[in-house]
Design a protein around this ligand. Structure first.
Ligand code: ZN
Length: 477
């Protein structure tokens, strides 16, 4: 009898199919479990970033408020010193105020790092490197003598060395929270198109209306990189304020009698534990140099104007005594949530979670039973007793002042090469945008669209396609 090949019985074949099906189901299930763990990790890290960012920015704003109060109390002490004709004491107090404009913000910087770390955010090697680099710039470049004077005049003797040492001390411990509204003295202040983030945003999003409203001929007239005017040098800044968490104060020649009621001044002195009867007309009726609010920075809170064309981010009224811009703190923290689910190529993946937060010291002065803004009398006086988180969009993040490392590198390192030679750097998102811009077909498409559709660009601010949202730069979390 010949042997027949044995074919598997139906039952066995079926069990094999079930095994394969079970295996597939298991793989799917495993992926779902891993994926849900991933999601939970991301949500957890997002919560962690939020807690750390908020705690960090509140710590910074608290130090800003305390420093403003100290500088205000020193102004009151100076009124006593001037009244007594004690110029030595007055000079010493003014010197202390100049130092406080740096040490206060540096204490804010240090406190914000501690708060971020206590909430579980690790030092970020990029942030740390940038602060160390900047300390070197302060130490070596700011002190350069040009024509007998320092590149950036020192607000007090030895200020730049002092300041660089403080920055290094913070960076030595690792920077976890990036001060997002830092404004360096070397930063450009608008002007050149290539220094405007809005230009890059318009190119990347093909927002032709932006060109129509801002540079109507640019799309047709542009030739190549030689078209660009030279990049501007660092513009004038007020060197009396730290570049991180600045208080935006200046020394101002004032006659106190012209800006503040003497009885109000004496009441504040009494509240600070000083003898108000010691304040004489020598202090109140002669021109003296006081620490005052820089009116260019302590304006109204325009971005919070509920009656404006774009009432975002609030719709309710702001009490008049709180309606001031000025010193605020903005922080960014980054956390990484590593994924369990592998990428398509089997690699390990992770998500970077960025959180930005803003906070501000609040307070008010009292005059005739009314509460008025802390900067109402120009001179800095003790007034701050509160801190609050504020919407990012209502904070003082100028479009050039970000602690955005990629943007800063682009401005400082890539643009000079691009304007000189047309060469763009790989791996930089802003350079990629300029590559798009350099394509003549891209610009021709925009010019053509505008020649047919420019009427669509005339819309009320804040509404419709191409309209500018107005106010601050909108940034999501
Ligand atoms: Zn670049």
């Amino acid at each position: 009898m010949a042997a027949h090949p044995i074919s598997p019985p139906n039952a066995a074949r079926r069990s094999g199919q079930i095994a394969i099906f079970l295996l597939m189901a298991l793989v799917v299930l495993a992926f779902m479990v891993l994926w849900s763990v991933d999601i939970r990790r991301i949500v957890f890290m997002k919560g962690k970033s939020q807690d750390a960012g908020d705690a960090s920015v509140l710590a910074a704003a608290r130090w800003q408020g305390s420093t403003l109060n100290l500088i205000g109390e020193a102004n009151l002490l100076r009124a006593l010193a001037i009244s007594a004709g004690d110029d030595v004491a007055d000079d010493a107090l003014a010197n202390m105020q100049a130092r406080l404009c740096f040490t206060g913000p540096m204490a804010a910087f240090a406190a914000s790092q501690q708060a971020a770390k206590l909430n579980g955010v690790y030092a970020n090697s990029n942030y740390t490197a940038v602060v160390h680099e900047h300390a070197n710039t302060v130490r070596n470049t700011y002190t350069t003598i040009i024509g007998g004077t320092m590149l950036f005049p020192e607000p007090y003797l030895g200020a730049w060395t002092d300041y660089a040492d403080m920055l290094d001390a913070i960076a030595n411990d690792g920077v976890a929270a990036g001060p997002d509204n830092a404004q360096l003295y070397t930063d450009s202040i608008g002007g050149h198109i290539l220094h405007q983030r809005a230009f890059y945003e318009a190119v990347a999003s093909k927002n032709w209306c932006w060109f129509y409203h801002n540079y109507p001929d640019l799309l047709t007239n542009y030739t190549d990189h030689t078209f660009w005017p030279p990049l501007p040098n660092a513009t004038t800044h007020n060197f009396e304020n730290a570049e991180f968490f600045a208080l935006h104060l200046n020394r101002s020649s004032l006659v106190l009698d012209h800006v503040i009621d003497t009885s109000a001044l004496k009441m504040l002195a009494a509240q600070a534990g000083l003898d108000p009867t010691l304040i004489t007309t020598q202090a109140t009726q002669t021109v003296q140099s006081w620490y005052a609010y820089n009116p260019g920075r302590w304006g109204n809170w325009a971005t919070m104007n509920p009656d404006g064309p774009a009432p975002f981010p609030i719709t309710g009224p702001v009490l008049p005594q709180y309606d001031y811009s000025g010193a605020d703190a903005v922080i960014r923290v980054e956390t990484v949530a590593s994924r369990l689910t592998p990428g398509l190529d089997g690699s390990n993946r992770s998500d970077t979670i960025l959180w930005t937060a803003a906070a501000k010291p609040f307070g008010y002065l009292e005059a005739d039973g009314e509460r008025i803004r802390p900067d109402a009398w120009s001179i800095v006086l003790p007034a701050y007793h509160d801190i609050r988180l504020i919407p990012i969009d209502a904070a003082s993040t100028g479009s050039d002042g970000f602690f955005d490392i990629e943007w800063r590198r682009h401005l400082m390192e890539h643009l000079p090469i691009y304007v000189a030679t047309g060469t763009l750097q790989p791996g930089c998102a802003y350079c990629v945008t300029l590559t798009i811009w350099e394509n003549p077909a891209f610009r021709a498409a925009g010019a053509l669209w505008l020649s047919l559709n420019s009427a669509k660009c005339i819309v009320p601010p804040g509404g419709g396609p191409g309209g500018s949202p107005g106010g601050g730069t909108r940034r999501g979390h």
